[in-house]
Design a protein around this ligand. Sequence first.
Ligand code: CP
Ligand code: NVA
Length: 308
Amino acid sequence: MASKDLLSIYDLSNKEIRDLLKKAFELKTKKKYLDVFKGKTLGIMLEKPSTRTMVSFAVAMVQLGGTPIFLTSEKMQRSRGESIYDTSKALSKYLNGLMIRSFNHADILEFSKYCSIPIINGLTDYEHPCQILADIMTVMEILKAKTIEALKKIKIVFIGDSNNIVNSLIAVSAILGLDLTIISPIEYQVKNEILKQALEHTHKTGAEIKVTSDINAVKNADVIYTDVWTSMGFESEKTKRKKTFVPYQVNTELLKKASSKCIVLHCLPALRGEEISADVMDKYENSIFTQAENRLYAQKAVLLHFIK
Ligand code: CP
Ligand code: NVA
C-alpha cells in the first residue's frame, strides 16, 4: 500500500521512485500543473536552519497554485511544551500537508502517527529523502542517463561523513540497484542497521553498495558527492571532526584518481576549504547548482504525489 508520508526513501517503491523522477523531469521541461493546489496549504515547520529546502518547498507550493505557511518552532506552542499529539491533531484541521525539518527522526515518526495529513521529511538526523531524489535527477540529467538501466552503470562515490545524506543515498541505491561506494573515516562509517536494511533490497535489485575508509576507492568514479563534516546537531564534535576528515577533502588531487569525466555534487551548504576545496567548488558549480535547482522539481513531484 502506498505510504501516506515521505519520512524515508524506504516509504517509496521502485516504481514510485521512477514515477517521481519521470514527473520531476516533465515538470522541469514542460512547466505544467499551475493550479492544482488552489486553496491548499503546506505547513513548513523548521526546527533548524534551511535555505534550499525551505525556499524550494515554498516556491513549489506557490507555483502549483497553493500556499506555504511557515511554522518556526520558537513561535509555536511546541516551544512552551505542547505535545506532538495535540499539535498534530490541530494542524491536521487546517493544513493539507506538513513538511518538517527536525533534529530527531523520532519526532517526525510521531507527527506521522498523529497527523491525518501527509508528512514530508525535510531533513532529520537520519534521512534527507527529498534531497536524494533531486540528486538522482541531477546525475541522470548531467550524465545523460535517460533510464534507470543507464543510471545503474554510473559509479557514484560519496566521500565524507556517513550521515543523513548517506543513509538516504544508500536507500535509493538499494531500491533502484545502483553502484554506490561510501568512503568515510573508520569512526564515521555507515551504521550496521543501515546496511542491513539495504540488504533487504540489494539481493533483488543487484545494487552494489560498498563501504570503505580507503580514498583510493574513488577510482573510476563518475560522480563524487560530499557533504559537510559536521552536520546540524553535531556542533560539539566540530573540532575533532575537522582533524579526522582532512584526508577526505574533495580536492584536485583526489579528483585525479576518479574518471576524467567525473562530476562533483554537494547538497549544500558547503564549507569551502573543509570538505571541498574552493577551486573544486568553483569548477563544478554547474553540477552543484543544478542539484540545488532540481530540489524544486523533485519536490513538486513529491507534493503532487502525496497531497490529495
Ligand atoms: N541541502 C539542503 O537541504 O539545504 P538547506 O539546508 O539550505 O535546506
Ligand atoms: N548533513 C547535513 C545536510 C545539510 C543539508 C546536515 O544535516 O546538516
